[in-house]
Design a protein around this ligand. Sequence first.
Ligand code: PTJ
Length: 249
Amino acid sequence: MDKIPESHPRYLSLTTREKISNAEKEGLVHKTGLIAHGRGEAFDYLIGEKTLPFADEAEKVAVIALLCAKNPVISVNGNVVALSGEGCVNLSKKINAKIEVNLFHRTDLRTEKLVKKLLSLGAEEVYGQKADARIPGLDHDRGLCDNDGIFSSDIVLVPLEDGDRCQALKNMGKKVITIDLNPLSRTAKTADVTIVDNIIRAIPNMIKWVELLNKEDKEKMEKLVIDWDNKKMLKEVCSYISKRLNSLF
Ligand code: PTJ
């Protein structure tokens, strides 16, 4: 299909696919990123392709945690930049967070391309190329990160992440927030706050929460983060999906 007609009932889904596919051709997204995207789409279908109240609440709690942090970092990979690069840059500016390219299938060339892309989208500084530190417990290049970035952060937002790395970041004593449409994934179960939402909706919604919460008393808000029960929320999402599926036919 040359140009997807706006009247197509799956217009948003198809144009989002196109973004991922084009970014793969440009060398920004790893080829397995297309598979990861398909898995995300399937879960998005199950939740009804909208931000559920549980996700909205998780987005609010995540923003509070990020606003209260000393050294927050947004970790981005190929898929994240392809779908929400500009949103991540805007969010990083609004919450005063660093942004680091941190790849599962790491190559220097793809890291460089992604850094350049984020700079072209307005980022002032992008971490990830120095790779002068290592996340303990992760072998090969998957464990590489920047000493001034992820390594020394107190909280990391890692959207569309692999469970192994999420656990390794937790083992370093960091708070981990993820965005993952699959409520059953290891990442979803390991993170402190899991946002079960499509990144294309989650990031703009988080920016909305920053604007709403910026002037609130941080100490009061932090109680919401302390009281957050991630497991309970994931159970609620699964129960929502199962009820929804049972009521469809
Ligand atoms: O660019 P790289 O080398 O760092 O590689 C990135 C991928 C995504 C290929 C890599 O991290 C990977 O293989 O990830 P996984 O283990 O497939 O996990 C990705 C998770 O993100 C899955 O649970 C998907 O359901 C979820 N996901 C995919 N697309 C979206 C999503 N969650 C939110 N929004 C999406 N658009």
